[in-house]
Every structure is written in C-alpha cells, then in structure tokens.
Design a protein around this ligand. Structure first.
Ligand code: ZN
Length: 253
C-alpha cells in the first residue's frame, strides 16, 4: 500500500506542499522539509519505518530524514553529498536495489533537476519521481546545477521503463504515467521551437526572449522563467542550434 503525507509547505514550486511517500509499513521516500508538525505526522503514520530513501538534496525533500531517523532508528539511503555522512547509512548508486516487505525498489539516476537526483522504481511498476516529474505543471531546471540535456535524457530513461503510475514529490499521483512523461518531453520540445521562432526575427537577450515566450508572467516568476530559458539555450547551443551573440542569443547560421 502506498500512502502520502503532505507537508505544510505550499508555494509556487512546491504546489500544495511536499508529498512524502510511505510504502507499506517500513519504507519512506522523501521525508521532506524539517518542520516539526510534519515529522510528527510521518512518525504517527508509519511508526515502523525502517528505510528512508531521499531523491535529492533540496530543503523541501531531504532534511526531515534526519529527525525521522533519529526518532525511529530507520536507516537513511541517499545520493552522494545529500545530508551528512554521519547520518546516512548507504549512498545510492545507479541500479541499486533496496528490498522492502517483498518489494524491490530500483534506484535510477536521473540528473537534470539537480545533478544528484534519483528516482525510485518498484518491482510493481510504481515510479517515485521527486522533482524530476511533478503531478501537475512542469519542474524547474536552474543552471548550473540543473542541466537540460541531462534532464531530457532522464525523462527518456524513465519512459523506457513504462511505469504504471507516477508518485511525484509535489502534486497528484499520475495514473497516465507514460502519457504524462510524453507531455513533459513534448513541453520541452515545444519550448525549444518557440525559442527558435522568436530568434528567427533576430538576436534577443534572455529578458527579451522571456517577454516573447511568457508575455503575461507574474513579476515574481520572471527570474525563474529566465533561468528556464538559459537552461534551454545551453542545451540548444550544445547541439549547434543557437550561438551567443554578445549578451544575446542568435540562431546559428
Ligand atoms: Zn528540488
């Protein structure tokens, strides 16, 4: 049985909050932010937790692992450099298998949102995606830690497993898992096409490009949108589609 506990940390990037996943009686994925009330809720919901998996280091996913582990005696299994060595029992490597109550959970390296991000794929076909795939909207890729080329490769890697359902770090469960991954891939491809179309009129700075592509954006989201465009631009420059033109971007000729 898979249940979630929603952390009280709603926001523009966390949607209605971080969703910590409880698999059976003993496996917890992404305990979430270090908020006392959330830790209490996790311990109450899964008092026999024995293994805590962490997808990536962000403050809305990893930190509560420390207090849940201290209170429960559970072991923490986390990517390299996520949380202190003193509290982590085991570091994840690509393809690692974690057994829990008859399930086998495979760790799949999915760099892109962050370099160290892992997703977890169960032997029943359920995919836990952290911030690589959300339950609604799309995720944020912030360079330099976020790398669009890696992110696209990670999406394709996850799609190749044909998950039956996606359990994201934020937002609802997706039972249309493969279609949802396709939407994520298509969304990025469409964004690239928009960038190419905008640059067809001549070189543009990142802020100018943002105005073309996100014309009605709330001011608070402008810098995040520009970071997404920078992430796309790097990936497109790597493939020779666009080139820097001073401080601006231009189509490759
Ligand atoms: Zn994150």
């Amino acid at each position: 049985m898979i249940r979630s506990v929603l952390a009280p940390n709603p926001g523009p990037f966390t949607l209605d909050g971080t969703r910590s996943w409880l698999v059976g009686e003993t496996l917890m994925i992404d305990p979430g932010p270090a908020i006392d009330a959330h830790v209490e809720a996790l311990i109450a919901a899964q008092p026999r937790v024995a293994t805590i998996l962490v997808t990536h280091r962000h403050a809305d996913h990893a930190p509560a692992a420390v207090e849940v582990a201290r209170r429960s005696g559970a072991r923490i299994v986390a990517p390299a450099e996520v949380l202190d060595d003193a509290v982590v029992s085991e570091r994840l490597v690509d393809g690692a298998r974690i057994e829990s109550e008859g399930l086998v959970i495979e760790a799949i390296a999915t760099p892109g949102h962050t370099a160290e991000h892992f997703c977890f794929f169960s032997s029943e076909g359920d995919l836990f995606t952290g911030d690589t795939i959300l339950g609604e909207g799309t995720t944020a890729i912030f360079p330099p830690d976020g790398v669009m080329a890696d992110y696209m490769a990670s999406l394709r890697r996850l799609r190749a497993r044909y998950p039956r359902a996606i359990y994201p770090g934020h937002g609802p469960v997706r039972h249309d898992a493969v279609e949802w991954i396709d939407y994520y891939i298509t969304h990025r491809e469409e964004r690239e096409a928009q960038i190419l179309a905008a640059l067809a009129d001549g070189p543009l700075g990142v802020a100018e490009l943002r105005v073309r592509i996100y014309p009605e954006l709330h001011p608070a989201l402008r810098s995040a949108a520009e970071m997404q465009l920078v992430a796309h631009a790097r990936h497109m420059a790597d493939r020779g589609l666009i080139v820097p033109d001073g401080a601006r971007l231009a189509l490759a000729t």
